[in-house]
Design a protein. Structure first.
Length: 377
């Protein structure tokens, strides 16, 4: 294979127009993007949903069974605390946030005699990836100091990519979509800052000097524009007349633009509208189905990316034969209590679930032995 195709790349230089303003005239960066309520809501939904799922390291057996590998060091790191400063939830929330906005997430793998001791997140903005033969080289800039890591030292989770080396940055690719949403937000704020009152013209049949015009404009603006100055009484002398020339919020379709902005952002992150508190198109019945679809079509691809990246970077070849990592997603598939209990009864009667296994699914302890003997009798 010709590896010359892959040259020095970083997420920041994927787009030749990086740093340019969006078509709406607004420069987009992380702070601006997160200041858009729909963007912040979608990213919270994704990061918190994924981080809240238990990440379990399993041991597999030849007969196809599996068991939680609690004695394996990686179990504690992934399930509880990946480093002395963070919980598993906090690290995974951070990494998914990096994936959502930058398309890449990095962790330095701290080892001691080959055993993984900790996972330390690296900010994607400060990481450059280079190809050296069949290996990747990661360069991390921190406080003016550059550290170089080999591929075995880095856990790299990629989003959608053109070359399999660097994930696309949504901040760059979707600059115009984010810019449009921010423009709508800023226009709305400006509109209501002026009491949602259209602009207008003050006219008089009399002749006004340039200075008089300037004074009149300043006095009118000072008295009637801005927060706290609405609904003041205007006194018009010298035959002055007010004529509105602005458009109403209905004419400007401001509300429709705001709604479209939310839908567009939700579409970008593939988050159901009901999860960002937009229930206009939701009913009780389809919300349940939307949640199932959210797991299947939105979360599962991210979970698979994370699981496979962890298996590739954190397990040795021999360990891969024995261990694997998987998220528990049963909670997303839980139905209402009545339906769930009916399903359990069918499973117990059919013999492929025991009472204790059902109790475990319901987060309950196994039945004590004395009680089991009573039930058996």
């Amino acid at each position: 294979m010709n590896f010359k195709f892959w040259k020095k790349r970083s997420w920041a230089n994927l787009d030749a127009f990086e740093g340019r303003e969006s078509s709406s005239g607004i420069h987009i960066n992380e702070t601006v993007a997160l200041g858009i309520p729909a963007v912040y809501a979608c990213i919270r939904v994704l990061t918190e949903a994924i981080a809240s799922l238990p990440l379990i390291t399993y041991e597999r057996f030849e007969n196809g069974d599996k068991e939680r590998a609690r004695a394996f060091s990686l179990f504690h790191l992934l399930h509880d605390a990946p480093n002395p400063l963070m919980t598993s939830f906090e690290l995974r929330e951070l990494l998914v946030g990096h994936l959502c906005l930058r398309g890449n997430a990095y962790c330095f793998i701290e080892r001691d005699n080959g055993e993984i001791m900790a996972l330390w997140p690296l900010h994607p903005d400060k990481v450059t990836v280079e190809v050296s033969g069949r290996e990747l080289v990661y360069k991390h800039q921190n406080d003016g100091t550059e550290k170089i890591y080999s591929m075995g030292d880095i856990l790299h989770i990629r989003g959608l990519s053109a070359d399999g080396i660097i994930g696309y940055s949504p901040l760059i690719l979707l600059r115009d979509s984010f810019g449009y949403s921010k423009a709508v937000q800023e226009y709305s704020s400006s509109y209501f800052r002026n009491d949602a009152s259209p602009g207008g013209i003050l006219s008089t049949p009399n002749t006004l000097s340039t200075q008089s015009q300037s004074n009149l404009k300043a006095a009118w603006t000072e008295g009637h524009t801005g927060k706290g100055k609405h609904h003041r009484v205007a006194i018009l002398d010298n035959d002055l007349k007010w004529q509105s020339v602005g458009v109403s919020p209905q004419d400007s379709q401001l509300i429709e633009s705001q709604k479209f902005s939310v839908v567009e952002i939700a579409r970008v992150f593939r988050v159901p509208l009901n999860l960002v508190m937009d229930y206009e198109r939701s009913t009780y019945s389809n919300v349940t189905e939307q949640n199932r679809s959210f797991l299947t079509h939105t979360l599962q691809p991210w979970l698979t990316r994370i699981e496979q990246a962890i298996g590739k970077s954190l397990l040795t070849e021999s360990e891969k034969e024995k261990y694997f990592v998987e998220h528990l997603t049963n909670g997303f598939l839980r139905s209402d209590t009545k339906t769930r209990y009916e399903s359990y009864k069918i499973a117990i009667d059919a013999g492929f679930l025991t009472i204790d296994e059902v109790r475990q699914l319901e987060n309950m302890n196994a039945i004590p032995e004395p009680a089991k003997r009573v039930l058996a009798f």
